[in-house]
Design a protein around this ligand. Structure first.
Ligand SMILES: [Zn+2]
Length: 358
């Protein structure tokens, strides 16, 4: 576990609903927490939040980044009998949607619903014949008897999340609905806190960016990195742990929970930034794992590295089991290692740091 104040912040941050496009509640909590560790705070029109440590304007600027949003669903249609059909917000998985409790979020607050699951005795084709259900065949019951009654509680377009919150396995693993990627928002907040305490050792300025709208295409990160053009970016997001039954390691690589954060190679990851991170890990004896990126990293790194004239970037990922489910599972030890690796990598940067491939 973490120190008490950090632990409380982590749990509050993860529990607070922040589906893509509706991140304001979570962003408020993040901003409130990091404000004492920042020299200046900033946010933009769509709600990405930025905390900065200013050392000296002649020095290079390093951006550390995570995304604040989580996947979810939206109210797509309300039937005459008051049942709601859904559409997905980001990469939500319809195979796990049934028989779950959900919260529908709107200006009236939080409406509880259940995703209907026809009893096994009544199913015409048992378990849908093994096929993944289409979102149009999934419905939410909010206890309304008619469309009119349902419309008193919700409207088309309201975002929806699963009602699951947080728990721990064996005191070593954390389980939660939105670890992807509010655990990353937590990580950059802790890194900022460490850097503020060690400001006299810093030879670079620091921007900690908590971006909106990653799950639908990395839009928040794109806006803020275009605006600020840092000299280098270190991004953190979750990656697939491939150490559970049924995953083909030949196809998906080998990433284990508890064996440290992963460093990604290829695509947007700049070789010199990756090298600095690897050297930092070696110096501080932080265990890391390696991953190959073929075309895209599938994270905000893809949105950041090619802004304007290019921002040398690298991704450090947190291994996660059961991604995009309400029981996403990560190792607390890996989270601590990632915080240390990111902190020390920023502190390792020189006043004349220049990243080049030649
Ligand atoms: Zn993510």
């Amino acid at each position: 576990m973490f120190e008490k104040e950090a632990q409380e912040f982590l749990e509050k941050l993860i529990i607070t609903p922040s589906p893509t496009g509706y991140e304001a509640q979570g962003q408020k909590i993040w901003k409130e927490y990091v404000t004492p560790y920042a020299d200046r705070m900033e946010s933009d029109a769509y709600g990405s939040a930025l905390a900065r440590i200013d050392v000296n304007s002649v020095l290079p600027t390093v951006m550390i980044e995570a995304h604040a949003d989580e996947i979810g669903m939206v109210v797509q249609h309300i039937s005459d009998s008051g049942f709601i059909t859904l559409n997905r917000l980001g990469g939500s998985d319809s195979t796990i949607a049934r028989a779950k409790k959900v919260f529908i979020l709107n200006k009236r607050g939080r409406v509880t619903g259940v995703v209907g699951n026809t009893a096994i005795h009544l199913q015409e084709t048992k378990n849908g014949g093994g096929k993944q259900p289409a979102w149009k065949d999934i419905f939410v019951d909010i206890g309304a008897e008619s469309k009119e009654e349902a419309l008193e509680m919700v409207q088309v377009g309201d975002p929806i999340i699963f009602a699951d919150e947080i728990d721990y396995l064996n005191d070593e693993l954390i389980i939660g609905r939105a670890l992807d990627n509010r655990i990353g928002s937590f990580i950059i907040a802790q890194v900022l806190k460490n850097l503020k305490k060690r400001k006299n050792e810093l030879r670079v300025n620091v921007l900690a960016l908590n971006s909106v709208q990653e799950e639908i295409g990395g839009f928040g990160a794109r806006m803020m990195s275009y605006r600020h053009m840092p000299d280098v970016a270190i991004v953190t997001d979750v990656t697939h742990a491939t150490d559970t039954p049924g995953i083909n390691n030949k196809e998906h690589g080998t990433v284990k929970l508890g064996k440290g954060p992963t460093v990604q190679h290829g695509a947007a990851n700049h070789v010199a930034v990756v090298q600095l991170i690897e050297q930092t890990a070696e110096k501080h004896e932080i265990e890391i794992q390696h991953e190959a990126t073929s075309v895209r990293t599938g994270t905000d790194t893809d949105s950041i590295f090619y802004q304007r004239t290019g921002i040398p970037s690298a991704l450090i990922s947190l291994p996660l089991r059961y991604m995009h489910s309400p029981v996403e599972t990560a190792s607390i030890k890996d989270v601590k290692s990632l915080i240390e690796l990111m902190t020390e990598s920023v502190l390792a940067m020189e006043a004349d740091q220049h990243f080049s491939v030649f």
